[in-house]
Design a protein around this ligand. Structure first.
Ligand code: LHQ
Length: 256
């Protein structure tokens, strides 16, 4: 259900259930868990790209698998448990892994597929792709897997509410205008753009990029005072790395 490859420091995870627009099932979670553990551990991996096979990015929870659960409630875990044991750890792992994640949104993202995209650090979206945040409301649920948090933080409260209710297809140009994605490109350039960003991120010192990710994530729950303090703490560590000295020296040499 997944393709995973690492090439020159760039890991690419391709959700691979194209017949169902890469909806999440149990097996995909198992495979994702293994792959994300590998990504976190493997020092050779500097940047991660997440994309979908076929015409979709990710359609969220596989509803056929859900139905099977509803039919055997005594065997199945509750939705709350399902979120706590599957989706929430996935989202948190993406946020807590101190490497940049790029979502290459090749096609439609619905439900938790939107959440997956928003959990990443950068997003490039195909002109033809769209977000379907109201997929949740349409099946009488609320946005989950972080979407109630990501949406207002990225786009603001009113847009979050609108996206979760009224908008059937939030198209790429609106996603860009709302700050939900960083760039919109023709479909055949989605992976190229993601790879180009990844190659540039790879050239930056890994420790510094990891700390940046940590500091920005903390800042979302911090006061200015707390952020200033946390910056000073991380900077202390960053400044002790050899890369810092080397790069300052290299800058000064060029100025000669
Ligand atoms: C699917 C799915 C899908 C199975 C397309 N499942 N087959 C919820 C509950 C519990 C616990 C945890 O978390 C969650 C979080 C969630 O993610 S809730 C939201 C779940 N997702 C949805 O409700 C989205 C359902 N899909 C759609 O609304 C549409 O498929 C979208 C808008 C994504 C795309 O529409 P189209 O481009 O018109 O494609 P399509 O509907 O024809 O889909 C293509 C195929 O994929 C089709 O199968 P078929 O055999 O007819 O070709 C769909 O049945 C299948 N598919 N999403 N989530």
């Amino acid at each position: 259900t997944l393709q995973y490859e690492v090439q020159e420091g760039i890991a690419t995870i391709t959700l691979n259930r194209p017949d169902v627009l890469n909806a999440f099932n149990e097996q995909m979670f198992r495979e994702l868990q293994d792959v994300l553990r590998a990504v976190e551990r493997d020092e050779a991996v500097r940047v991660v790209i997440v994309t979908g096979a076929g015409r979709g990015f990710c359609a969220g929870q596989d509803l056929a698998e859900m139905r099977a659960r509803y039919e055997r409630p005594e065997e199945a875990m509750s939705i709350g448990e399902h979120l706590r044991s599957r989706y929430n750890p996935l989202i948190l792992r993406i946020r807590n892994t101190e490497k940049p994640f790029i979502a290459a949104i090749n096609g439609v993202a619905a439900g938790a597929g939107c959440s997956l995209a928003l959990a990443c650090d950068l997003r490039v979206m195909a002109e033809t792709a769209s977000f379907v945040f109201n997929a949740f409301a349409k099946i009488a649920l609320i946005p989950d897997s972080g979407s109630t948090w990501f949406l207002p933080h990225l786009a603001g409260y009113a847009r979050a509410f609108e996206a979760a209710t009224l908008i059937d297809r939030l198209d790429a140009s609106r996603a860009l205008a709302w700050g939900l994605v960083n760039a919109v490109v023709p479909p055949d350039q989605v992976m190229l753009t993601a790879q180009e960003w990844a190659a540039r991120l790879r050239e930056l010192p890994a420790r510094a990029v990891g700390f940046l990710k940590r500091a920005l994530n903390r800042a979302l729950a911090f006061t200015l005072e707390q952020s200033l303090d946390y910056e000073a703490y991380l900077q202390e560590v960053a400044a002790r790395t050899p890369e810092h000295r080397e790069r300052v020296e290299a800058f000064l040499r060029r100025r000669g």
